[in-house]
Design a protein around this ligand. Structure first.
Ligand code: NAD
Length: 475
């Protein structure tokens, strides 16, 4: 198993000769490679390249752009096994999950590339001597910043949206999962994307984002990550009056109503909870279960947690890998200790596994008091706090009581209750009777402090377009 050598990719050139930081395998804590970091000169070159490459790209006929993007998607899908291995090595998720992610993002690129061909404008009836039209144009060079939990998914969302819309992009993918992003960029380069249209940098995150966002040549900022960092970057973008897309964290409530099937609800919710070791912005993270179903739900959920096979994601049969970094491990230990000190009871897991690697088992906490940190802070890890409720309105009040609103989940066999949940939840992404993941054809994004802007669906491409009104007096 080999992990690739790493480089920056600026103006069509791979650059490795820089100060480096190590990239760690979270399953073994061993160093996989050394990642070169961009300096200010590199960032300036990337911006200049994005301006030049962006002009070439936006002037490329849309049919040719689509052909190049679809070729990149085919190249990536053809390399799914190899890219999945790299992802598992650097991020930890099981190989099958990683492979799915690669294939899914190839699909997302295809969807965006096709959708961008339909960025129709319109002609508006007006006075006889004027032609009044509305056109959509690429917003211009984009600066994007993506995290480590979906090493292919997050970068591709930004690259696919921006490039499909005809924008160039400078992307700083995560320094913790650079190999996957590099392999994706390689596919675009080999597919014939013009130099400068896509630039990949790594560096000290705060310095890179500050420098890129301040540049007048950067026209839009796209970020996926934590709420505190999102607020910082949105403020920097706001200071320059730049539009921004903020895909931030959440704390997704699950309401299991009195008329739900508790066994099905527990199995589906447990599966969703432990995918990617809970390091998913839409991960179900507060389980509010009607008191009449509570003991059945807890028993079934705990049994499902017990069936999860934790280990190195490269090993056959493993269904949950390590946490992606040591910070998450510490966060899990603190959240469990806090909940237990306030009276919560551990039904499964609860302590890091005594072996090398950042392994924390599926953890089920019951009778968790509302003031426990786990009920208010996004765990971003495999911890499921379960509490009972007696009244649906009260459950909705608890669900909506946090300043976040990304995903929410409801389980019920009544269409009336389903409708009550659909209108009652304050969330941008709602699933009823299942825990649906993101899909290419529909938008995902948050409300309240979970951010703004949407990825996926027509909205995902529109986000990278500006609307121009042209009033043409005929002479
Ligand atoms: P963090 O807040 O330090 O970083 C989150 C991401 O933002 C990382 O990829 C990091 O490299 C990047 N980042 C940090 N500061 C930045 C800056 N000034 N400019 C640009 N990028 C910057 O947290 P972390 O320890 O990596 O993750 C912890 C929390 O972040 C999690 O608990 C979760 O809430 C959130 N998170 C959310 C998502 C998501 O998909 N929305 C993904 C990863 C992490």
């Amino acid at each position: 198993m080999t992990y690739p050598d790493l480089s920056l990719y600026i103006d069509g050139e791979w650059i490795a000769d820089r100060v480096t930081v190590p990239v760690i395998n979270p399953a073994t804590e061993e160093t996989l490679a050394h990642l070169p970091l961009a300096g200010v000169d590199d960032l300036d070159r990337a911006i200049a390249a994005a301006v030049r490459g962006g002009k070439v790209w936006r002037d490329t006929p849309v049919a040719d752009r689509t052909r190049i993007l679809l070729r990149a998607a085919d190249l990536l899908a053809g390399r799914a096994d190899r890219v999945a291995e790299i992802m598992t090595l650097e991020q930890g998720k099981p190989r099958a999950e990683a492979r799915n992610e690669v294939l899914r993002v190839a699909g997302a690129l295809r969807w965006d590339a096709e959708d961008a061909r339909r960025a129709y404008g319109r002609i508006i009836p007006s006075a006889g001597d004027t032609v009044l039209s509305v056109r959509h144009e690429p917003v211009g060079p984009v600066a994007a910043f993506t995290p480590w939990n979906f090493p292919a998914g997050s970068p591709m969302r930004k690259m696919a949206g921006a490039l499909s819309a005809g924008c160039s992009i400078v992307i700083k993918a995560s320094e913790e999962t650079p190999g996957t992003a590099s392999e994706i960029v390689r596919c675009f380069a080999e597919a014939g994307l013009p130099a400068g249209a896509l630039n990949l940098v790594f560096g000290e995150p705060a310095e890179v984002s500050k420098h890129l966002i301040a540049s007048p040549d950067i026209r839009l900022v796209a970020f996926t990550g934590s709420i505190p960092v999102g607020k910082l970057l949105a403020a920097q973008a706001g200071a320059e009056m730049k539009p921004s897309l903020m895909e931030l964290g959440g704390h997704a409530p699950v309401i299991v109503a009195a008329d739900a099937d508790p066994v099905q609800a527990a199995r589906k919710a447990a599966f969703a909870k432990f995918v990617n070791a809970g390091q998913v912005c839409t991960s179900p993270s507060r389980f509010l279960v009607h008191e009449s179903l509570y003991s059945t739900f807890v028993a079934e959920f705990t049994a499902a947690a017990g069936r999860v096979v934790v280990g190195d994601g490269l090993h056959e049969g493993v269904t949950m890998g390590p946490l992606a970094n040591e910070r998450r491990l510490k966060a899990m230990e603190e959240l469990v200790a806090d909940a237990v000190s306030r009276g919560a009871v551990i039904k499964a897991g609860g302590e890091r596994l005594d072996r090398p690697g950042y392994f924390f088992p599926p953890t089920v906490l019951v009778d968790v008091p509302g003031d426990a940190r786990i009920m208010r802070e996004e765990p971003f890890g495999p911890i499921a706090p379960i509490v009972a409720f007696s009244d649906l309105d009260e459950a909705l009040r608890i669900a909506n009581s946090l300043p976040y609103g990304l995903a929410a989940y409801g389980f019920t066999r009544s269409s009336k209750t389903a409708e009550r949940l659909a209108t009652g939840f304050e969330a941008g992404i709602l699933s009823i009777n299942h825990c649906g993941g993101s899909v290419h054809e529909a938008p995902s994004g948050g409300v309240k402090q979970s951010g703004y802007g949407r990825e996926g669906g027509p909205e995902g491409v529109e986000a990278y377009l500006i609307t121009k009104r042209v009033s043409h007096l005929l002479v």
